[in-house]
Design a protein around this ligand. Structure first.
Ligand code: ATR
Length: 302
């Protein structure tokens, strides 16, 4: 074992005592999630008597699992596919973000019940800022209108961005724009089809282009949601929510056109950082969380 992997193995093994506070991740499947090593690295780094455990929960077992959180003494959970939407009606209270996005990825077990929140939106904004991009009032083009897009568009709407949402199924883009307008967003939200003419028109004016579709994700790494015969707008920052692979075909298209491109690992880290802060009340050690993720993803690629 190299010194580097010994060091990452030390992050990965939390010490669990009788007093340890437990949080975890529900999803199905979850064995490839990087959230357990990321959060446990953060707890160890700060010397907190906390641990983060994988909780594989089948879709049909969700309600039973959630009803047991308090009885088991858990402090909170994260939720991933396929539970983010189904979680909403099981919560006692929702934050405005979870309500407007229509999905929760974080539960806080509090004295007044279960609070459902969505840290993907704040995680996305923090990742943009960390990459040196100020999202306030920007013009953005968002590819996709699924669950991930809902968090991204909500986030951009909260900072007064003008967002064009384009999707393979145009009606879904229109519904997302309508839902967020009804949720009280005063931001300008447009919806259109994911075709070359719309990408060319909206891309030309965009300062930020975000891919929320899974197109280009491992194992189909040679695919891209951006057409080959359309130059990527060189003035725009390309943010791809995909982090496996770390460099997607879309990111290469952007870089070849002279644009800057950023992968989705920052959003993953920062959505985790906000959840960490809500549970523990302490600032998250973001660099440690980054290192834990890259250690795990690097090893998975070997
Ligand atoms: P997630 O929660 O990860 O966002 P999702 O809710 O299933 O997943 O949404 C996936 C998004 O990627 C949708 O916008 C989907 O487009 P449709 O609404 O038309 O299904 C988009 N998407 C998936 N595969 C795609 C493909 N091959 N080309 C273009 N868009 C695709």
């Amino acid at each position: 074992m190299s010194r580097d992997s010994q060091r990452s193995a030390a992050w990965l093994c939390p010490t669990i005592l009788g007093s340890t506070q437990v949080v975890g991740l529900i999803g199905w499947p979850i064995e490839h999630s990087v959230s357990p090593p990321m959060h446990n690295a953060a707890f160890r780094h700060l010397g907190l008597d906390w641990c983060y455990v994988p909780l594989p929960v089948r879709p049909e077992g969700l309600a039973e699992a959630i009803s047991g959180l308090r009885a088991l003494g858990l402090c909170g959970i994260n939720a991933t596919v396929p539970h983010k939407l189904a979680l909403l009606p099981l919560m006692d209270e929702l934050t405005p973000a979870a309500r407007a996005i229509g999905a929760a990825n974080t539960v806080i077990v509090g004295p007044d019940g279960l609070l459902g929140h969505n840290t993907d939106a704040e995680g996305f904004l923090r990742a943009l800022r960390e990459a040196g991009f100020g999202p306030e009032g920007c013009r953005a083009l968002v590819l996709g209108a699924g669950g991930a897009a809902r968090a991204v568009v909500y986030a951009l709407a909260t900072v007064g961005a003008r967002v064009a949402i384009v999707n393979r199924t145009q009606a879904r883009a229109e519904r997302l724009a309508r839902d967020l307008r009804q949720a009280g967003s005063g931001a300008t939200l447009l919806a259109g089809p994911l075709d070359a003419a719309t990408l060319a028109r909206e891309g030309e004016r965009a300062q930020l282009i975000v891919n929320t579709t899974p197109v280009g994700m491992w194992p189909q790494v040679e695919r891209s949601p951006w057409p080959d015969n359309l130059p990527f707008p060189s003035q725009a920052l390309c943010y791809d929510l995909i982090y496996n692979p770390r460099e997607t075909r879309l990111m290469r298209q952007a870089q070849q056109a002279g644009a800057r491109a950023v992968d989705g690992l920052g959003m993953l880290v920062h959505q985790g950082a906000e959840a960490f802060e809500l549970w523990t009340g302490q600032p998250a050690p973001v660099q440690i969380m980054w290192q834990a993720c890259t250690a795990v993803l690097g090893r998975e690629r070997e």
